[in-house]
Design a binder for this molecule. Structure first.
Ligand code: 5RP
Length: 218
């Protein structure tokens, strides 16, 4: 089975956990693109979606799913998104698609976070995947120096501007043994908008596409 087939299986398995007649939170990425295809198959049974990126918004709309403004909703039950890495505590690194800030905002409003991944994303320790940090452009050099002091090797992601008009520093060489602590430390650097550690708000459930089928981790 290919990696994309495992992503697709995890994405379609998420449908079982989507309550009907509610708003659904939608992440960003290739796994989520499969989930949006799946969601379109029940579009008449949901109220609509809140989206975490321009990319997902365009795909949702193209498939006839209403996209609602997050500010018009007090809460909603489920947010579905992928990850670049996930550990046994359901802590994640996200932001490979540069959508981390809106993803973290939408996840914060959701009652439950369902993470959909293929088995290659499971790790013992986060950090082999370079940690994305969204930064206000004028602060990039300062933030890079501060991230170096924390033991990382930040590299500006070439040619990428986020949906919020910011830049991304990908931080290499981190072995993240205490994800929630590092998440907080990086958040405290002036000029950082968001970092891609999702530990303070971890996933609640993980659907892992494997060669043997989709595993549900509660
Ligand atoms: C985008 C993300 C994605 O969830 C993450 O990069 C995983 O992407 P994919 O499903 O394409 O492997 O955080 O910012």
């Amino acid at each position: 089975m290919t990696q994309d087939e495992m992503k697709k299986n995890a994405a379609w398995a998420a449908l079982e956990f989507i309550p009907r007649n509610t708003v659904v939170g939608v992440g960003t990425g290739s796994t989520v693109n499969h989930f949006i295809d799946a969601l379109a198959s029940i579009k008449h049974d949901i109220t609509g979606a809140v989206s975490s990126s321009v990319q997902s918004t365009e795909k949702l709309k193209a498939l006839g799913i209403a996209v609602l403004d997050l500010n018009s909703i007090d809460s909603f039950s489920v947010y579905v998104d992928g990850a670049d890495e996930i550990n046994a505590h359901k802590h994640m690194i996200k932001g490979g698609g540069a959508a981390l800030t809106r993803e973290k905002i939408v996840a914060a409003v959701a009652e439950r976070f369902i993470c959909i991944v293929d088995e290659t994303k499971q790790v013992a320790v986060l950090g082999k995947f370079p940690l994305p940090v969204e930064v206000i452009p004028m602060a990039a050099a300062y933030v890079a120096r501060e991230l170096t002091k924390l033991g990382g090797r930040p590299v500006l992601r070439d040619g990428v501007t986020t949906d919020n008009g910011n830049v991304i520093l990908d931080v290499h060489d981190l072995a993240i043994s205490k994800p929630a602590d590092l998440e907080q430390k990086i958040n405290n650097i002036v000029g950082v908008v968001t970092n891609g550690i999702f530990a303070q708000r971890a996933a609640d459930m993980v659907l892992v596409g494997t060669a043997q089928g989709t595993q549900v981790i509660r």
